[in-house]
Write a protein of this length. Structure first.
Lengths: 710, 182
């Protein structure tokens, strides 16, 4: 990881204004967004948008032709190019030929993408951004930190300072007054400008129309007052038909700012009269800049379904800590990482793709139905393919790929770390690993791993068998969870088998882009787990469950390997997570929960993979309540705990504040116990409370249920 | 639909009224302008953009209001406090007004002024966007304007502030007996 990247993260984390503003906004956003979508079938709506945009992405050439034909028939001039330099030259030429001295712009990410302003200024043209946020950062000489709220990182005091310089008068940090200053300062700029430049939210091929959405009203002035109007749109904004704009108009404001509709929507089709009676000189630039290439990439085509609402930024637990500037100069957050990799270059995304913790929150809210986490994984995979793995990771994975060696080292680590562990936690790690335990204790590696303990467990014989997949954490850190699970399944009349050849599920390798290693792990596990005839394969770790249910298949597919696909599908069918299986067994009457006990209050933490891939949110809650626990929900119960596998080791400075916030949310419930279904989350949160008061018990759901199940 | 529209529009700081007749609407506008200090001095003008309603009413009572003008230019609009225009459609589910504003004067009075008074035929109420898009298409309208509430921003510290580049007040007057252009 680049040093200056780490530095930019540190700088952002220490910026209290930034983290304060973003933190507050992200809390309010979730609530307001839900309210804005009340009574609306979001899944159906985004299904429709995905269909519209995916169709357009498959027909970019044809729709561009059609758009050009229709817009030109209505008096517009359409310019099409793949090259950002040609866009800049074109606009500068139109300006030169028409003696343009001043330009007003309404917000356009496409012009940011091609760094248009400095180019025009070099030509001696004055350029005024008129969106308030954009104007603020223009005056400050900065770049936008958020796609929808470009100046969210700045305080009113900073804005007052900037504006004071501009109007040469000491202004107080009074927001309504500052907004009036902007209105008064920019009004003459609108009236005197010779050219207006705007982006476009939608371009309609069928009619040659541009749809523009704003709240401040600046786009109406930019498109009405100057005699020349230049529109710059990326071709991913194309839709086929006029009717296609309705679902986008419905979702975009709700997802962006939780509004029903932006204050102003303009649908501009061809040249319209100017205030002096002449006709508008309307230029529409359809910019490709690698979008066609993206459309031809089977994985990344879906990224063109983005409608630029930035909701993936708003729900991201990382973005709200570090803000946009860490991501670069133009597109930020989850989708920004993907767009940067394409519109800039893959190499530029090398550091920022590592910011993604793969919690999946963005995928849940994306109105374009883009699997952002999956695409970021694909970037990782391609980076590794192009550049190879860093040496240290290469060494680690060569070990992980050799089960005997890997497990042997874990056993050795258990002995080596014994003097350092107290009460089941590693207090200190030797040498360079020391900073990794900052703010969180790591569990001691078990003296006797589950795989050894299993051999001593005596189970009642049964014809009905279930295979247990332990995963590294239960096997080597929390073997007692595995033992409890076996007792529960025995009560339901199953005999549990533990195939000894099972190994790491491959998630750590996959999440670092080492797909070849993950595929190797997948094959080893398929061989081990499918050898016996079992009813189910159960895992008490959602990450491992997701690996076996979904990722073995997608890893093989990404690599174009087909040999093990049928077996991977068979394994997927049989794999089930703990709470879903127990719920099923309770429904079937094979297990029952003792009634009439009162066990006190628990709060429940939704683990990312369990909630967003396996969709098991109600099962653990209902089981805990039936067992006699009083459930007290915490705020942001489904926000990531900051573990993210090796993420907490690579970016501990980000992982730590996420954990702190999680612990604060847990404490607000007053519950003495927090339950969760993931041993990784247990490791993170238990370690956090161990270093910070130890006032809350952290338990896997199965540990809380075992006694109550019969 | 009117009640739904009213709730949505008021939710975004518009002021919504409903009157029975065109005559009542004219009285309302005159009363409003006088109360709010219309005058024949810059920053006090009121501009009434061409609208079907103007042809259907007795304009005599409007002649002697100082500062109320019916010719719309960019200079006058830049110096006007009030803009009056007729909006053809209203979308109940978002509280949105819609107009074919290919004629730039229609945009000037609703974008450069401080207060925009929109007269809307009650018959122009539609349930939602798809209903509108089926009726108003770019084939006949080069510039379609949709207006939902007052001009707003939250760009400084996420604090909602009204009146950035567009009007800070939007007064919506539904008129029951007003024929639309549709």
């Amino acid at each position: 990881m680049e040093c200056d990247f780490k530095e930019s993260i540190q700088k952002a984390l220490q910026d209290a204004n930034l983290t304060g503003a973003l933190g507050k906004f992200s809390e309010a956003y979730k609530i307001n967004r839900t309210k804005a979508y009340e009574g609306i079938d979001f899944e159906a709506l985004r299904g429709k948008i995905a269909e519209i945009k995916s169709y357009a992405a498959s027909n970019l050439d044809q729709l561009s032709d059609l758009f050009q034909q229709n817009a030109e028939a209505r008096g517009a001039t359409v310019f099409r190019t793949n090259d950002p330099a040609k866009v800049r030259e074109y606009i500068a030429r139109v300006a030169r030929e028409n003696g343009v001295k001043s330009v007003v712009k309404s917000k356009s990410m496409a012009t940011e993408e091609i760094h248009l302003n400095p180019h025009l200024e070099k030509e001696g043209i004055s350029v005024a951004e008129t969106d308030l946020g954009e104007w603020i950062i223009q005056l400050a000489g900065q770049t936008p930190s958020h796609m929808v709220m470009p100046a969210i990182h700045m305080t009113k005091e900073e804005v007052a300072d900037l504006f004071s310089k501009e109007v040469d008068e000491r202004l107080a940090a009074d927001i309504p007054r500052l907004v009036k200053v902007a209105r008064n300062e920019l009004r003459p700029r609108f009236l005197e400008a010779d050219m207006g430049i705007s982006g476009g939210n939608i371009a309609v091929a069928e009619t040659g129309s541009i749809v523009l959405m704003t709240n401040e009203g600046n786009a109406r002035l930019v498109t009405s007052l100057p005699r020349i109007h230049v529109v710059l749109v990326g071709i991913e904004k194309l839709v086929a038909t006029y009717a296609d704009i309705a679902p986008i108009l419905k979702a975009l404001p709700k997802s962006a700012t939780a509004q029903q509709l932006t204050s102003y929507v303009s649908i501009i089709t061809g040249a319209t009269p100017n205030t002096d009676g002449t006709m508008k000189d309307l230029h529409i630039i359809l910019m490709d800049n690698r979008r066609t290439e993206m459309a031809n990439d089977p994985k990344f085509k879906q990224a063109l379904q983005c409608i630029r609402c930035a909701s993936c930024l708003n729900v991201c637990p990382i973005f709200r800590l570090v803000g946009g500037h860490v991501f670069g100069k133009v597109y930020t957050g989850g989708i920004g990482t993907i767009l940067t990799a394409w519109f800039d270059e893959l190499k530029k995304s090398e550091d920022i793709q590592g910011l993604c913790i793969q919690c999946g929150s963005c995928k849940d809210v994306c109105p374009g139905k883009i699997d952002i986490p999956e695409l970021i994984m694909e970037i990782r995979r391609r980076l590794v393919q192009e550049q190879g793995l860093p040496l240290i990771q290469k060494t680690i994975y060569s070990v992980v790929n050799n089960r005997k060696l890997f497990h042997g080292m874990l056993r050795a680590a258990s002995i080596a770390s014994r003097p350092l562990s107290s009460g089941g936690f590693l207090r200190h790690l030797p040498l360079f690993l020391a900073e990794l335990t900052d703010g969180r204790s790591l569990p001691a590696i078990a003296a006797e791993p589950f795989r050894d303990r299993f051999k001593k467990i005596v189970q009642p014989e049964s014809k009905e068998k279930i295979a247990f997949y332990a995963g590294c954490l239960i096997d080597f850190a929390y073997p007692e969870m595995g033992e409890a699970l076996i007792r529960i399944l025995n009560k339901a009349g199953f005999q549990v088998v533990f195939p000894d050849e099972q190994t790491c599920c491959g998630a750590p390798a996959r999440y670092n882009g080492a797909y070849e290693v993950a595929a190797h792990n997948a094959v080893d596990n398929i061989k081990a787990l499918l050898q016996k005839d079992v009813a189910h394969i159960i895992s008490a770790c959602p990450t491992c469950t997701v690996a076996m249910q979904h990722e073995f298949i997608s890893t093989f597919e990404s690599l174009g390997q087909t040999e093990w696909l049928p077996q991977a599908r068979e394994l997927s069918e049989k794999t089930i997570d703990f709470s879903t299986l127990v719920t099923k067994l309770v429904e079937e009457g094979r297990l029952s929960l003792k009634e009439g006990t009162t066990l006190g209050a628990v709060t429940y933490h939704d683990s990312c993979h369990l909630k967003r891939t396996l969709h098991a949110t109600e099962q653990p809650r209902e089981l805990l309540q039936k067992a006699g626990y009083e459930l007290r929900e915490m705020p942001e119960c489904d926000t990531c705990c900051g573990m993210g596998g090796s993420y907490s080791l690579k970016l501990p400075e980000i992982s730590a504040p996420i954990l702190q916030r999680k612990m604060k949310n847990i404490r607000t419930t007053g519950a003495a116990t927090v339950a969760m279904d993931c041993p990784g989350c247990v490791m993170q949160i238990r370690g956090g409370f161990d270093q910070n008061g130890g006032d809350v018990q952290v338990k896997h759901t199965l540990e809380l249920l075992e006694e109550q199940l019969a | 639909m009117y009640e739904q529209f009213k709730a949505r529009a008021e939710g975004v700081s518009a002021e919504v009224y409903r009157l029975g007749t065109k005559a009542e609407a004219v009285d309302f506008v005159v009363g409003f302008l006088k109360r709010e200090g219309v005058a024949d001095t810059p920053k006090r003008y009121a501009l009434w953009a061409d609208s079907p309603l103007l042809a259907e009413i007795d304009r005599a009572q409007l002649q002697d209001i100082a500062g109320l003008k019916f010719e719309v230019s960019r200079q006058l609009a830049a110096e006007a406090r009030f803009g009056i225009s007729q909006m053809e459609w209203a979308l109940a589910d978002t509280g949105t007004l819609v107009q074919d504003s290919t004629a730039v004067e229609q945009r000037l009075v609703s974008s450069l002024t401080d207060i925009h008074i929109a007269l809307v035929p009650t018959a122009g109420l539609l349930p939602d966007m798809p209903a509108l898009l089926a009726r108003l298409t770019p084939e006949n309208s080069g510039y379609i304007s949709m207006i939902t509430g007052a001009s707003r921003t939250a760009d400084i510290e996420r604090v909602l502030t009204i009146g950035v580049h567009g009007p800070e007040r939007l007064i919506i007057v539904f008129v029951d007996d007003m024929g639309g252009t549709h």
